[in-house]
Design a protein around this ligand. Sequence first.
Ligand code: 2HA
Ligand code: ZN
Length: 271
Amino acid sequence: MASILDAPFMVELIRTTTNMYDHGWDERNGGNVSLMVDEADLADYLDVENVQRRIPTGFDAPTLDGRYFLVTGTGKYFKNVQYDPAGNLGIIRVTDRGRTAELLWGYADGGTFTSELPAHLMSHAVRLSQNPAHRVVMHCHPANLLAMTFVHDLDERSFTRTLWRMCTECIIVFPEGVNVLPWMLCGTNEIGEATAEKMKTARLVVWGQHGIYGAGADLDETFGLIETAEKAAEIYLKIAHLPILQTITDAELKQAADAFHVVPRAGFLDV
Ligand code: 2HA
Ligand code: ZN
């Protein structure tokens, strides 16, 4: 059997978490990523009958039974993933209507999956029901988006419109906009349910005074969504206190959306 460290999905996740750390999005043990892996892509690397531990999840996710996820570990530092993948990551199979995670590989020091597993699995279930190609949920703490949640109102339309206006590509990259949750206690089923509900209408969900969740069909798409929103937030913070002499108008935003064949969230533009 080939080494799982050579599996393309593993290589890509390790590169991505390293890159997220290098962007400053994942200080200390901040952030978590889960990647849904198809059984066929695991077969060359893992005996899926060899369950190492059964770990209770503490919540229901009835539509995910039999699905496999590569998930960052609780308390682990993204900085260290590349040096010790088996200590910082795990591969689980969801069973028991979501109530049990069967550990197939990883969490080598006896650890477990991220404390944010409820938000991850509940979001996966919602996004999968919308797009069968969905595979990734990513959470991190990018400084500019986080800072923006202190000084900008958290109304989703207003927050989205500000981001869209900061770079022309924003409306093309996330035409559905961003959804926003007020501050809530992290690591709970409640914030998991609230995040998943917000994932019904957008792939980006900002957590007030905490960070952001992204979802996508692969690691590049999801990283790129967060990267683009974070860039827009950075520009906002650079200009918010200065006199604004010109901006991108709603008619121009619509023009960009039309040219790139995307449909902006209904009601978010005044055109
Ligand atoms: O795991 O980011 O939200 C660390 C976090 C919790
Ligand atoms: Zn967090």
